[in-house]
Design a protein around this ligand. Sequence first.
Ligand code: SAM
Length: 287
Amino acid sequence: MGRPFDAVYLAAFYDRYGEAEWDRHERSAAHRVAFAVHAAFLRDHVQPGELVLEVGAGAGRFTIELSRLGARVHVGDLSPVQVELNRQHVDDVGASSSVVGRDVLDICDLSRFEDGTFDTVVCYGGALSYVRELAEQALGELVRVTKPGGHVLISVMSTLGTMRTFLPALTDEGRRFGLSHNERIFTTGELDRETNNGHEIKMYRWSELSALCKRHGELVAGAAANFLAASHDPAPFEALSEDEWDQLVSFELRLCREPGVLDAGTHILAAIRTPAPVSDEGVTHPR
Ligand SMILES: C[S@@+](CC[C@H](N)C(=O)[O-])C[C@H]1O[C@@H](n2cnc3c(N)ncnc32)[C@H](O)[C@@H]1O
C-alpha cells in the first residue's frame, strides 16, 4: 500500500476534474454501456418512495436516474465542486424536488446520520476504490446508515477487467516504470497518483469484493459493467445503428451476472442486504 487515503487531495482532484465527471458517461460506447448496466442495477433494487442516500454521487447522472425511479435522494460527495455540479444538472432536468438534502461528506465518516436512516444506500463509481485501506470502515458506515433488511449498492473498479481493457497502455507502463510496477497492479489492484494521472485507487477482484461485502451483510447480487463493449479498439462501436446498440445493451444486461464475467468488466457492482434485527427469540424479521 502506498500513502494513506488523503481526502483533501481527492476532493481537490475532483474539484479540478469538474464537468468532465458529467461528460465521462458519454465518452464512448463502453462508458454508455457501463451506465446502462449501473442504471439497470438501480431499477432492480430501488422502489418508488424510498429514501436513498447516494454518496460519491458526482455530477448527478445517477441522482437523476434515482429521481426517475421515484426515490427521495440525499446526495453526498467529497468534492464541493461535484456537489454544486450535481445541483445544477439535477436542476437542469427538473428533478430537484426529488433531492431532500445535499452535503459535502466523506463515506468514511457518516456520523451525521443515525443508524438505519435510509432504505437504500448507493455508492457508485468507485468511492470505495478511492478510500483504499479504509474500505472496511467506509462500507461499515454505508451499512450502518441503511435500515435493517435494506440494500447497499456499490460499484468499484475491477482489476482484471481494467487490465484487459487497457492492456496496450499497461504494456507501455511496464516499459516506463518496470515490470514490477505491472506485477504490483496485478497482485494488489493498486494504482498510484504518479503513474495514473493523479488517480490513487484500489481496484478489486470479485473474490476480494465479495469477501468484503460478506463481512458486512448478505451479498445478494453481483454484476460486471461493460464486458463486451470494453474493447481495446472502441472505434467499431461508435457507429452502431439503434438496433445494434439495443442488442449490445441487451447482451450486456443478460450476461453481466454470469460468474465467468464478474471480473471482466471495467467495474464490478454488488448489492448487499443489511442484517435484519435479531429478536429476543433469535428470529430475524425482514423490514
Ligand atoms: C468516478 S466519480 C463517480 C460519480 C458517480 N457516482 C457516478 O458513478 O457517475 C467518483 C466520485 O466519488 C467521490 N468520492 C471519492 N471518494 C469519496 C469519499 N471518500 N467520500 C465521498 N465521495 C467520494 C468523488 O469526489 C467523485 O465525485
